[in-house]
Design a protein around this ligand. Sequence first.
Ligand SMILES: Nc1ncnc2c1ncn2[C@@H]1O[C@H](COP(=O)(O)OP(=O)(O)OP(=O)(O)O)[C@@H](O)[C@H]1O
Length: 290
Amino acid sequence: MELTIQNICKRYNDKWAIHQVTAELDYGVYGLLGPNGAGKTTLLRMLADVLQPTSGSIQLNGQPIGAMGESYRDLLGYLPQHCGFYRQFTGRAFLMYIASLKGLDKKTAALKVGEMLELVGLRDVAKQKIESYSGGMRQRLGIAQALLNDPKVIVMDEPTVGLDPQERIRFRNILSEMSSNRIVILSTHIVSDIEYVAKDLLLIKEGRLLKQERLVSLLENVRGVVWKASVDEEQFAVLKKKYRIGNVLREAEGIEVRILAQEQPIVGAELVSPSVEDLYSYYFNEEFAV
Ligand SMILES: Nc1ncnc2c1ncn2[C@@H]1O[C@H](COP(=O)(O)OP(=O)(O)OP(=O)(O)O)[C@@H](O)[C@H]1O
């Protein structure tokens, strides 16, 4: 299975939210990474066929998804950024309702709903009204509804929002297991969400696709520009003005800081292996040339 994005653009009034994005996706998890307003939601909505590109095309196995209509929706699982719920419904009733919208017969629906409730850890609260759910529980319900029809193309917009660390791990493991025979595309600005599961990262900035690459190869690009130094407050203030600063750890002996710089930023600074957070700073920081 192949999802091909060809030169798609999306304009809202006079603003290009997505500009000439081209990518090819086959089985696996793809992490769409970018800062607020980069165009992630716009791109995902076009992949879910709920928003029409201004130009360009999206094809599944060579067929334009717009023309596939129902048959694309049968293959698609979509978690929008803001999933609307009927708050008076119970979790189970809501999923049964979505299952009927997706055309599942009652018996299959009951089976799949049970399976999904188990998968996302909501079985024990399935009979409670959604209005009593926490943010994380609602997010898990959103994930469950997206997976009800056993989709082959899974599009999720910030699926881990509101999930606690344990739930994040559970979610990553679910995706990783599913991705062997599915195309999974998810957006996030939390790098650790995709660090362990994504096959490729798609870096998106100001509507443009900067890179589609394996994480290891992206990290390789950043090798040689990430420094670590122990500094005092005064030195830290100077460094902050001049360089992009990564993680800062304040300890009794001083400040341990990660610095992105082409050359040694301060005497004693050591080059270190880049982390995914360093990579994010490298690509999405305005002052840093890429
Ligand atoms: N319906 C709309 N009308 C006009 N402009 C829009 C609309 N939707 C999005 N935009 C603009 O398009 C750009 C991309 O927005 P989008 O929501 O796709 O970004 P994003 O990467 O998902 O951001 P976030 O991480 O904050 O959700 C932004 O500048 C946004 O203001």
